[in-house]
Design a protein. Structure first.
Length: 149
């Protein structure tokens, strides 16, 4: 099993269970890795060096996690029959929501927050509810059943 291809490839299709495994499993691993490494290195005492190492490790693992989650969402969109560009537009909407939250802190309580949050949540939720197409199409053959890629 090629985990690098499973986590970072933008081609092909992936079923709902595999997508959940990739999104949440790798996401948790990326968030725990810097914390565990910092705890191990913290036994030697490091002060400011330890804090900067944690920050660097966190940023690198966060970048890997974002790319991996976009790749998995693109392949899940392929399984449903959508182009990967749909996920890119969804990701742009999430970035717009984050930027709007920085500019306007009470955006969740406004109509603009509802306009931005509702389609974002619906798109993310639909990727895990809508079953994939059972036949081969332009994005490839159907993924194997089960949770292993």
């Amino acid at each position: 099993m090629n985990w690098v291809r499973f986590l970072f490839s933008f081609k092909g299709r992936i079923n709902r269970l595999q997508a959940l495994l990739g999104l949440y499993g790798f996401g948790v691993l990326c968030m725990l890795a810097p914390i565990l490494l910092t705890l191990i290195l913290g036994q030697t005492g490091g002060g400011i060096l330890l804090a900067s190492a944690f920050g660097a490790l966190f940023m690198v693992s966060f970048a890997f996690m974002v790319v991996s989650q976009i790749a998995i969402a693109v392949r899940r969109a392929h399984d449903v029959g959508l182009s990967g560009w749909a996920v890119i537009w969804w990701f742009a909407l999430v970035c717009a929501l984050v930027a709007a939250k920085q500019i306007w802190p009470s955006i969740e309580a406004s109509w603009l927050g509802l306009v931005l949050i509702a389609p974002t949540a619906l798109a993310a939720f639909s990727l895990f509810v809508v079953p994939g197409q059972p036949l081969a199409h332009r994005f490839g053959d159907p993924p194997r059943a089960g949770w292993l890629p």
